[in-house]
Ligand binder design. Structure first.
Ligand code: GAL
Length: 408
C-alpha cells in the first residue's frame, strides 16, 4: 500500500511537472496586468498547461535577479525568466553557457525580419540569439501633471538649468521639485543626467571605456547631479517607484524621471488619461535621444518544461502577443509590424521617437555596460550619496570600471 502511494505520488508529481510552465519575473502586484494578459492568452491556447507565475517583487528586478541567481546556480532553473536584453543577459547567463540558442525559433517565426537588427544584436553573440524581447521601454522620460504645473506657474524644463531655475519657485510653494525613490531610481535619474551632460556620443564612450569617469566632462555629471539632488525629497530611500509616481499624481511633487512603465502604471492602474492626467517630455537636455531597454525571456538549459517554454516564447514574440502586452505595460512593441492603433497617445509618441531618435542604451536596466559594472554602480551611488563629492564618486566609478573590466 505504502509503495503504491509512493508510486502514485511520483507519477502525479511527474505529470504535474510535465504540464507546467513556470515564468520567473519581477512583474508583481500593480506591475502585473500586462504579463497576466499574456498568461491569459497562453492559457486559452494551451489549456492543458498550468502556468505558475513565480514573481519576486522589486522594481528593476533588483531582488529578482539575485533570487534567480540562487536558483540557476542551485541547479533548479525556472522554465523561463525575465531578463534585460543586452549585457545583463549576455554577461550573466550566455557566457556561462546556461541558455539555449534560439536562432532556429527566430528563423521559424520570421523574427529576423520582424525585429529591428539593432535589438537582435543586443541579444546575440557570434554563437547565437539568446532570448525573445517582449517590449521596448524608454528610460529618459520626465513626467508631470499639466494642471499642477499651471497652478504652480512653472513650465516643463527642457534643460537642467531651466529645472534648477524653477526649483526654488516650487519649493517655496511646499512642492518637491523632483521626486526620487529607492537607490535604483536615483541611478536611473543619473543616467539621464549623464546623457544630458555628455551627449549621446560621449555617453556611449563611458561604456566602452573610451571616456574615463575621471574625465572633467564625466566629473561634471556628478556636479550637476549634486545640484539636482538638492531639489529632491529627503525620504527617497523608502519609496518604490510607484510611490514616487503617486507623489506626482497627488500633487506633492512636480516632476519625476522614470521609465515609461510609469505611464503603464498611471494608465492601467490609476486610470489616468495620457496628456490630461499626466504629461511627458524627454528628460531635460536629452531631446532627440531615446534611451532604450528591453525586457526579454529566454530558455535556460535544463528548463523542466521545454516545449511549454517554446510555445510561450512564440506567443510573446508574436504581433498579437506584443500588441496585447505593451499597451497595458506602458511600453512599445519592437516589431516593425506592430499595430499602433492599439496604443495610447503617449505610446504612439514613444513609437515615433523610437523610429526617429538616436537610440542609446540604459545602464540601470541591463543594456549599456558590463553586468558586473552595472551592479557595482549601486555602490558608487552610495558613496556619492554619503559624501556628495563629485571627484570622489568619479574616482570610485573609475575604480569599479577598472575592476570589472568595463569596455572589455
Ligand atoms: C525595468 C523593467 C520594466 C519595469 C521596471 C520597474 O527594469 O525593464 O519592465 O518592470 O523595471 O520594475
Amino acid at each position: 500500500m505504502k509503495r503504491l502511494l509512493v508510486v502514485l505520488t511520483v507519477l502525479l508529481f511527474g505529470l504535474s511537472q510535465a504540464n507546467q510552465l513556470e515564468i520567473f519575473t519581477w512583474w508583481a502586484g500593480d506591475e502585473g496586468p500586462a504579463i497576466e494578459a499574456l498568461i491569459d492568452m497562453y492559457e486559452a491556447k494551451y489549456p492543458e498547461v498550468t502556468v505558475v507565475k513565480a514573481d519576486v517583487v522589486g522594481g528593476a528586478g533588483v531582488v529578482a535577479r539575485a533570487v534567480l541567481k540562487t536558483r540557476m546556480l542551485g541547479g533548479s532553473p525556472p522554465d523561463t525568466f525575465q531578463i534585460h536584453a543586452g549585457r545583463s543577459l549576455i554577461d550573466t547567463w550566455v557566457v556561462a553557457g546556461r541558455m539555449e540558442d534560439l536562432t532556429w525559433l527566430y528563423q521559424e517565426e520570421g523574427w529576423l525580419e520582424a525585429f529591428p537588427p539593432g535589438l537582435i544584436d543586443m541579444i546575440s553573440t557570434e554563437e547565437g540569439i539568446w532570448s525573445v524581447p517582449v517590449n521596448i521601454h524608454r528610460s529618459n522620460v520626465m513626467w508631470y501633471v499639466p494642471a499642477n504645473l499651471e497652478r504652480w506657474g512653472v513650465s516643463v524644463p527642457t534643460t537642467w538649468d531651466e529645472f534648477l531655475a524653477v526649483c526654488p519657485t516650487l519649493q517655496a510653494q511646499g512642492v518637491t521639485p523632483l521626486v526620487v525613490g529607492e537607490s535604483w531610481t536615483v541611478q536611473h535619474l543619473w543616467e539621464s543626467v549623464a546623457l544630458a551632460v555628455l551627449g549621446a556620443d560621449n555617453y556611449a564612450k563611458l561604456w566602452t571605456g573610451e571616456l574615463p569617469f575621471t574625465d572633467a566632462q564625466a566629473v561634471a555629471v556628478w556636479e550637476l547631479f549634486d545640484q539636482i539632488l538638492a531639489c529632491t525629497n529627503p525620504d527617497a530611500a523608502g519609496l518604490a517607484w510607484q510611490h514616487a509616481t503617486d507623489r506626482l499624481v497627488d500633487g506633492a511633487a512636480a516632476f519625476n524621471i522614470m521609465g515609461d512603465w510609469a505611464a503603464g502604471y498611471m494608465v492601467t492602474t490609476l486610470g489616468l488619461e495620457p496628456g490630461v492626467g499626466f504629461g511627458w517630455a524627454a528628460s531635460p537636455g536629452t531631446e532627440g535621444s531615446f534611451m532604450q531597454l528591453s525586457d526579454s525571456f529566454g530558455l535556460p538549459i535544463g528548463a523542466p518544461n521545454r516545449e511549454n517554454v517554446i510555445n510561450w516564447l512564440r506567443l510573446i514574440g508574436s504581433r498579437e502577443g506584443q500588441d496585447t502586452f505593451n499597451p497595458l505595460k506602458g511600453s512599445i512593441s519592437p516589431r516593425l509590424d506592430s499595430d499602433l492603433t492599439k496604443y495610447n497617445a503617449y505610446l504612439q509618441s514613444a513609437a515615433e521617437d523610437f523610429r526617429t531618435n538616436r537610440l542609446v542604451p540604459s545602464l540601470v536596466h541591463g543594456a549599456a555596460a558590463r553586468a558586473a559594472f552595472a551592479s557595482e554602480f549601486a555602490t558608487v551611488m552610495g558613496i556619492f550619496l554619503d559624501t556628495r563629492d563629485p571627484q570622489f564618486a568619479a574616482n570610485a566609478a573609475q575604480a569599479v570600471a577598472f575592476q570589472t573590466g568595463l569596455g572589455r
